[in-house]
Structures are given as C-alpha cells and as structure tokens.
Design a protein around this ligand. Sequence first.
Ligand SMILES: [Zn+2]
Length: 376
Amino acid sequence: MRFLTADYLYPLNISPIKEGVLQLSDAGEVVKIFENINDVSNEKLEIFEGILCPGFVNAHCHLELSHLLGVAEIGEGFLDFITAIQQRNEYSNEEILEAIENAEKEMIHNGIVAVGDICNTTDTLFQKQKANLMYYNFIETFGVHENKVDAVFIKAIELRNEFRAADQKASIVPHAPYSVPPVLLNKINNAFDEKDELLTIHMQETKAENQLFENKKGDLFNWLNGMNATSSIWENRNKSTDILKELEDKRMLLVHNTFAKTKSISDNYYCTCPKANLYIEKTLPDYSIFDADKLCVGTDSLASNNSLSILEELNIIQENSNFDLNTLLKIACKNGANALGFEQLGTFEKGKIPGVNLIGNLDGVKVTAESFIQVI
Ligand SMILES: [Zn+2]
C-alpha cells in the first residue's frame, strides 16, 4: 500500500482536498481518500510539494506521424501543413518506428496514460502491443474521389481488423467534413458495430473549411477543385457540422473546433489541441462556447507540435479561458477518459487505476510555463 499526499489532491470526481491523502494498492488501484492528513500515520506518508491528479488522457494524437517533428513550418497555414506531411514516404521504416517509440516514451514521461490515436497505417501497432499506454485507435478515411472510395474503405476495414485482432480498440472514422463524401460516410455508418464506442472527426480547423460549406468558395474549395474532388462533399452540406446529421447520432469527439461558433456546439465531446492550432493556424478556439464537462484536450501529432505534453496544452488553455485548475484537470483527465471509454481512468474514485501525476511549481492554483509534471 502507498499513502500519497501533497498540498492538494485533485480527485476530479469530488472537489479538491487540501492535504488529502490518496491510498493506493501496490497495483495502483485507488483504495481510499483521506480528507484529513492526521488520519494516516506519519511514517507511511509520501509527501509531495504541489498537487496530485490522475493520469492525463491525450484525446487526439497521430503517433504514426512522430517522425515528422519540425518538418512543417510554423504558422504557414493548413494547406502547407498537408503538403508537408505528405513527405512521410521519404522516411525509412526504422526511422518511423524509432520516432513512434520515442514519442510514446515522451507521453509516458509527461504523465499521459491513454491516447485517442488517429491511424492511417499499422506503423504504431508494434509499439501499442507492448501495452505501455491504452489506446483508442481511430482508423482514418480520406476519399475526395468517389471512384476511389471502395478501395479506401476496404483498406480501412483491413486496418481495423488488424488493430482489433491485437486487442486494441479500433473504429473507422471520417478524416474531416471536406475530405469525406456522403458515399464514404454511408460505408462508415454501415460498418459501425457493437465494438464501436465513439467516432472522431477533425472539425472546423480552418476558416477556409467554413467558407467551403457556407459560401462554396475559398482556399479549401479551390484546393479540392484543383484535384477534381467530388462536389458531393460540399453540395448538400451548408456548414461543416452538417456532416454530423449523416452520422446518425453516433457518439462523436469533434477535434479542433478552432472556428466553431456558439450555435454549432452540440452535445458531443469536443477536443482542443491549442499548441497545434497555434503552430498551424496561429488561432485558438473561443473556449467560452464549450461545455467544460464535454471538453477534452489533445496534443495532435509531432508534425504540428514540438512536444507531447498535456500540461503545456493546459497552460495555453488557462491563458485563454476562464477555467480554474479543477476544470482544466477534468479536461485533461476525466473528460477524455469518459469520451474514449476508459472507465478505469480519469479520477481518483475507489477501484480505478488512473495513474498519479504530481504537478509542481504552480503559482498558487495556476499552471505556469515553469510548472513541471512527474509521474508518481
Ligand atoms: Zn489531427
């Protein structure tokens, strides 16, 4: 048994507790929370300076793109970013696998215990089978040409089967409203089965995406036309979120929402990736429009971020919102665990095995650039 205490415990299912004590089994299972430090004998206590919270859930990542660290130039915009990441084939298998292993190590070091991970390949499967972290694998489909949709979908089914055969959660998902025509969405709907808990989609990441659907013009419209994309992508969708109607009320995690407006916010889960938004588009979402119980946080990939650190993401959200530390930590732990269906994670409720993070060097109850994280 371990008895951990710090300036504050943030159990997240209940209010923060000043000098509370967290009792854990040797397997890391939460046994009990003591509200009073005097209820535990001193010699058993492990005392930390800072706060203790559950392990972080990185709700949006592309682990398979980890070798692209630094390839896309900062602030050049989304279409430049897409072009940059298409260079992935110039790397050897060895380089790709090594980058994946190192990126996972970085996430573990930074207190992450579970990941919602976008997959276009099986490159990450070898690493994931080591079960160092828990993953929900979202098999991404992208098919702007209707005549290629069948091939895209057959490949997605094969990938999903490979991940599921390795005991991984895996669901086929649409990449974004502008890259998936109705005919491909139909296939995703039809393939949805009892193992699918959640779908995810990149949503309203750029201003050009809103323009495409609302005005049928702009950079994304021109880009799609330039590659002879099927017009069924935008013809019957008058805003990005219209695609959600075609997904027949499935549980959704909408990622980015950088250009979302109050009226487009629904009952779905939302994921913000602030550092990636700043990296690519130099813009952040309006955090006042989200339900804080439905907001999650992700790092996105090392192709659009210089680190895989939820604490750094929280620092940016804090600077640009009114969320207090308890709310920020719910966004980082509990909400992501709920969205991805990792019931044993996210809070210090009895019986869970959530992992424990120490956050030190806070300014009162504020995260700063100097705050650090340590896995306890
Ligand atoms: Zn992404």
